[in-house]
Ligand binder design. Sequence first.
Ligand code: ADP
Ligand code: MG
Length: 342
Amino acid sequence: MADIAIEFIDVVKKYNDVTAVDQINLSIRRGELVTFLGPSGCGKTTSLRLVAGLELPTAGQMLIHGRDVSRRPASERNVGMVFQSYALFPHMSVLDNVAYGPVIRGESKHKAHARALEILELLGLPNLSRRLPSELSGGQQQRVAVARAIAQQPEVMLFDEPLSNVDAKLRRKVRAEIRELQQRFGLTAIYVTHDQEEALAVSDRIVVMNAGRIAQIGTPEDLYDRPNSPFVADFIGDANLVDGKVAAGCFSAGNLNLAIPGEAGNARVSIRPERIVLGGSAKPGSISGEIVSATYLGSRMEYVIATNFTELLVSRPIAEPRLGLKQHVSLVINEKDLTRVS
Ligand code: ADP
Ligand code: MG
C-alpha cells in the first residue's frame, strides 16, 4: 500500500544461538511515529539497525516505501539515526555539523547552511551555531544531533534512546521538540525507549516488545486501557493483577464480583490503581479492606489495601481526605475498569 513507509515481514535476526528479533510483522505508515518499548535486551536496537541496514535479517523481509531492502546495505537506504551518544564532530561548529550531510552529498555550502540555520531555529538554537559541541550542554548537543539527522532529509528517522544522556529535567522539553519536528516535517519515525512515560508522551502508536517478539501494538490509550497480557499491563503504568474465575459472564475473586465478557474459566484481570474509588463505609457493590500502607508522593497518595482475596495498590488525588494505617475502607471497582489479561 502506498501509505506504508516501513514493513517488517516475518523478520528474524539471530546472533549465533541468540534470537534477538523473533518473527516480527509490522507496518508503519508515512508520517507516523512508532515507539518500540520494552525491557533491556528485548530486541529494540536490533530492530532499528535492521531498518537502517546496519544489520541484515537472518530471515524475512524489510521493505521501505515498498522497496525490498532486506539485502541492501545502509548506504543504499536514506535513513537518519540519532543515538544515545550525540556523536557530533568535535572539531566542527554546530552549523557545520548540521550542514555536513547535505554538503557531502554535493549541496552548495550556502544552501546547506541556510537550511541548517532554519532547523536550528526551530530547535531554539540559532545563536549557538558558531559554537563547538564541547561548548554545549548535553541537552543542546542532543538537539544538534537531531538537527543534523533531519537536515539530511531522510525518508525515515530512527531514534535509539535519544534522551538517556539528557538531564532528567530537560528530557520532557527535548522529547516534545522531537515530536514537534517529526510532525512539522511529516517524518516517518521509529523511536526506541525503555521508559513507558516517554513512549506514552511521543507516540502515535507503541509496539511493546518482549524477548524479541511483539507483545502488543496500539495507541497509547489502547495499551494503557486495554493491555492484552499481564506483561503489557505491568510494563505500562502500574497494574493490580488479580486472579479469579469467570463463570456466566461474571468475574469473581473473593467477594469481588463483576460482569465481564468472554469465556468461562480461570482468568487474570488488570485494574489500574487510580481507578479504584475509596469510601469511608461499605456501600452496595463495594468490597471492604484494611489499609496496610499509606505513602505520600507529593502529587498523590498511594495506599496498599488488604482485601479478603488480595492486596490492592490504590492511587488517590492528594485533595481527597487522607486515610490512615489500619483504617477499614470500602473499595469500589467499576466493570469498565476491569481488563482481562489472561
Ligand atoms: P535492546 O535494544 O532492546 O536492549 P538489543 O536489540 O540490543 O536489545 O539486543 C537483543 C538481544 O540480542 C540481546 O540478547 C543482546 O544481547 C543480543 N545482541 C544484540 N546485538 C548483538 C551482537 N552484535 N552480537 C550478539 N548478540 C547481540
Ligand atoms: Mg538498545
